[in-house]
Design a protein around this ligand. Sequence first.
Ligand code: ME8
Length: 513
Amino acid sequence: MTKKFYITTPIYYVNDVPHIGHAYTTIACDALARYKRMMGCNVFFLTGADEHGQKVENAAKANGEAPIELADRVVKRYQQLWEKLNISNNDFIRTSQDRHKQVVQDIFKKVLDAGDIYLGEYEDWYCTPCETFWTEKQLADGKCPDCNRDPHKLKEESYFFRMSKYQDRLSQYIQDNPDFIAPASRRNEILSFIKEGLRDLSISRTTFSWGVPVPGNDKHVVYVWFDALLNYLSGIGYRADDRMFNKYWPADVHVIGKDILRFHAVYWTTFLFAAGIEPPKRVFAHGWWTVEGKKMSKSLRNAVDPNMLVQTYGVDQIRYFLLREVPFGLDGDFSKHALIHRINSDLANDLGNLFSRVCSMVVKYFDRVIPKVSEITQSEKALIAKKEEVYLQLEIHMDALAMNKALISIFEFISAINKYIDDMAPWSLAKEPKKAGRLGTVLYAALDCIRVIALFIYPFIPESAVKILEHLNSNYDMSDINLKYSSNFGGIESGTKIDKPEVLFPRIEQKRE
Ligand code: ME8
């Protein structure tokens, strides 16, 4: 039976301007989704936009627009960026869609009927930018402990979710399922948060109206986090399409930033407990990007626009840098210097040069015709063994969401091919006509390994990978390719013609600033 793989990004706040942080999570999910598809999985990759709440209502008011007009206008910033970054999501969910609102009301009612939601009064602090409730004690010198901005005091009638009831069950669940929260270093953080005591959670607001009305009491709108988290169910047809929902749920992984781990590991899991729905298999919280050593912030105006980066450096260059530079789970710093260094050393020098020099030798020594293999020697066998090893490493690393390690393994293979060429020295073989057979074998083996590199690296830099494959006359249907089968040695067709390729990854001059 085909395995399924359901992967999600957070749904981003619709009125924010997307920056490299948002791009990072989405690109990481895209690489995983593409890889899993190549491994024969039936993948569902969901992303979307979080559109309700006070922030959006306030922004719309300030603009003289209806909230939905604002959302319709600004959601395109994300949708267009995902297109530009070659994101292969299967769907894009918006919390303002009926298919989602229906699910929020259904689940709210289900939990209310089960007795885990009750009406009370909320009197405490609220941070609107984070959409988070805080107690006086939790504030840090009167500021929001997450974003350090000023919270405001709330006093309003509110529905509460009996989160406290699930405290023991949740910590037991986390301990019984060691893979549930990843990386492992984050588990303890969540366990100690739970240990401090889970309080019942306010899950409705009455002071604004841009949200999903509470069923049976439309003075209230559902709290944005209760609303937003449910996208993971509505996006795969909860209630609307049981077959689809049962096929994909539970999610294999929710990929998020560490900023919203508590909402996913604690709130989301307890909501699901209360609704009688299985929790996701895993929540992976990646690290935080700073820019040139500084936190990205509106006031510093230093948020890096991925559109500008793509225009300046190219889409695959950005995808590669983000996934290669930092181990997934750790924090990272974005600097132009580091980006240019990665592009020049890994993409231009190692991969780009390998591709260009092998193709050029076929053009020069075989008049563009891909040669035949005459006899496989120990050297080719060693290269094939290396390929097998990298294939297995990819499986391990991608299952652990260690995209940087997967890329390191692929580049080890690239180095091995480069070394093979240096050792075999085709330029010397070319000088001796009786070694033409050997020369053909060496160039064929190198070309075929480059084809496999393109397949291995496709999830990370799909556009360049396809360029390489097309140049080698290896035209696959990438939506229906099986990595195991296609990466066997011998896929390149001898006798077909290739040209000297264009430069895949132009070197970038490092300007002194
Ligand atoms: O929190 N470094 O949306 P959001 C790395 N709507 N990742 C970053 C980042 C940075 N500097 N900045 C943002 C929300 N991200 C809610 C989510 S989900 C049911 C609701 C990424 O627009 C990272 O994935 O604030 C983080 O978790 C997410 O953007 C927050 O996006």
